[in-house]
Design a protein around this ligand. Structure first.
Ligand code: GLN
Length: 483
């Protein structure tokens, strides 16, 4: 049962082949058996899951239908879940039970999903390896000595290991697409504003966006359908109608113009990944796509700009964790300043503290113009590059990451080496564009992802291209040994 995709589960439930209760029990047992190897969950919500499964079965018995009715999923542990610990991977929030559900959680629950638990993640979503979690590193099911990618590494490892069919995740600079690439999944970062951020604990508010992680584009379409939509509680949510993402999956790719940026194939890219990207291009050409070389001339400035803007916003967002209102409080504070200092010093891990320092510095008087303002100007140039490119092409294609998943601990002593791995993903966040990563082959037994980017609100086009690719390739069906 655990090999089924969301689409297969929906058909099985509709045909009464099994109940959501049976499926939920099976998956909970599988998690108990296999997750100790992976550490992909921070909290399990067995009781909630069983009661949601029963309720979903009852709704189906009453004649209700729906692709997500009775579907087991999990939420990245930065989506607020009412009455359930929402830790954000941090000691700071280890004791925090959210008083309300995030909009994404509430929408998916209303659609009938069953929440199996909350998945592990880099602390406050800062990282590309899922090693900065207070709850320990997550392991990659394809090779337990390697990282699963981050920051949504728990969601990715759990779905890749067939502990569940799909999970929610968030992407500030690549945290859906990069772990998808590292674990052989399909992951979609929607257009900024497409999915509500209300109740999603903020890292960098102008970049954060929630989205689905699943094994197929078809499943990403199903999960995104349940997540997307206008939310008056989120001031940056956009009031645009949500199309039927499953309806456009089978559109023809005849004449689709795919742009391949020449800057993507520079020195930092593993040549074996470059070859797999070329293979995916050939596959899409067979389906009728037309390939054009394009240029994104400001791409080289994106990493420095992102690693100013994201920490700047983080330093502001994380100022609320001060030991006073919620979260960790130090023992026996001597006075208010001591309370602030020790609560934050003890509650936040090293990477989070580094980002707060960098961000505070970049925003301070005298440095604001030199760093923050400059980074914002680069951000606009990056966006302009994309706008020019999308005048000529419908989709941009390239590698999701320059290298496959590295060994656990390999980049711990050099944070900048880890930042550089985000080179292909962060530009979409700076511009607010939607992006998708899909499985495209293996290097040394480790999965490789191909990234597709599209104009604003063209999530359907990304899912359509990835689905057509998946109908003609079988990379996404490969299963890690032992799972
Ligand atoms: N690796 C990037 C960072 O650490 C992106 C993380 C994310 O998308 N949440 O900022």
């Amino acid at each position: 049962m655990h090999h089924m995709t969301l689409a297969e589960i929906a058909r099985g439930l509709a045909d009464k082949k099994f109940s959501s209760e049976e499926l939920t029990k099976t998956l909970l047992a599988r998690i108990a058996q296999l997750d100790p190897q992976l550490n992909s969950f921070i909290s399990l919500t067995e009781e909630l899951a069983m009661s949601q499964a029963k309720a979903a079965d009852a709704r189906r018995a009453n004649g209700e239908t729906g692709a997500l009715l009775g579907a087991p999923i999990a939420h990245k542990d930065l989506f607020c879940t009412q009455g359930i610990r929402t830790s954000c991977g941090s000691k700071m929030l280890d004791n925090f039970k959210a008083p309300y559900d995030a909009t994404v959680v509430a929408k998916l629950a209303a659609a009938g999903t069953v929440t199996l638990g909350k998945t592990n993640m880099d602390e406050f979503a800062m990282g590309s390896a899922n090693e900065s979690s207070h709850y320990g590193a997550v392991k990659n099911p394809w090779n337990l000595a390697h990282v699963p990618g981050g920051s949504s590494g728990g969601s990715a490892a759990a779905v890749a290991a067939r502990l569940l069919p799909a999970a929610t995740a968030t992407d500030t600079g690549g945290s859906i697409r990069q772990p998808a690439a590292f674990t052989n999944l399909t992951g979609l970062k929607p257009t900024y504003g497409r999915v509500s951020r209300w109740g999603m604990i903020a890292y960098a508010s102008s970049l954060d966006q929630g989205g689905p992680l699943a094994r197929t584009a078809e499943d990403c379409a199903i999960l995104l359908q349940g997540m997307a939509g206008f939310d008056p509680n989120d001031s940056t949510s956009i009031d645009e109608p949500v199309p039927d993402y499953s309806a456009s999956l089978n559109d023809s790719l005849q004449g689709l113009r795919i742009g391949v940026p020449k800057e993507y194939f520079g020195a930092g890219l593993d040549p074996r990944i470059a070859d797999l990207v070329q293979n995916s291009i050939k596959e899409l050409e067979k389906l009728g796509a037309i390939i054009k070389q394009i240029s994104l001339p400001n791409m080289q400035h994106a990493i420095p700009a992102y690693y100013v803007i994201a920490p700047a916003e983080a330093s502001s967002n994380l100022s609320r964790f001060d030991g006073v209102r919620f979260g960790y409080r130090c023992e026996n504070p001597q006075n208010l300043v001591d309370l602030y200092k020790r609560s934050r010093g003890e509650g936040f891990g090293a990477e989070v503290q580094r980002r707060i320092m960098v961000g505070t510095y970049a925003l301070s008087a005298g440095y604001y113009d030199a760093y923050y303002l400059k980074a914002q100007k680069i951000r606009r140039l990056v966006k302009n590059d994309f706008m020019a490119a999308f005048n000529e092409v419908d989709i941009i294609l390239g590698p999701t990451t320059p290298n496959p998943a590295w060994k656990l601990g390999a980049k711990n002593s050099d944070p900048i080496a880890e930042y550089l791995e985000d080179v292909y993903t962060i530009t979409a966040n700076l511009a607010g564009l939607p992006g998708l990563s899909m499985p495209a082959g293996f290097v040394d037994g480790l999965p490789v992802g191909v990234q597709l980017l599209a104009p604003y609100f063209q999530e359907g086009r990304l899912l359509n291209v990835a689905h057509q690719y998946q109908l003609n390739t079988d990379w996404h069906t490969r299963t890690p040994t032992g799972f």
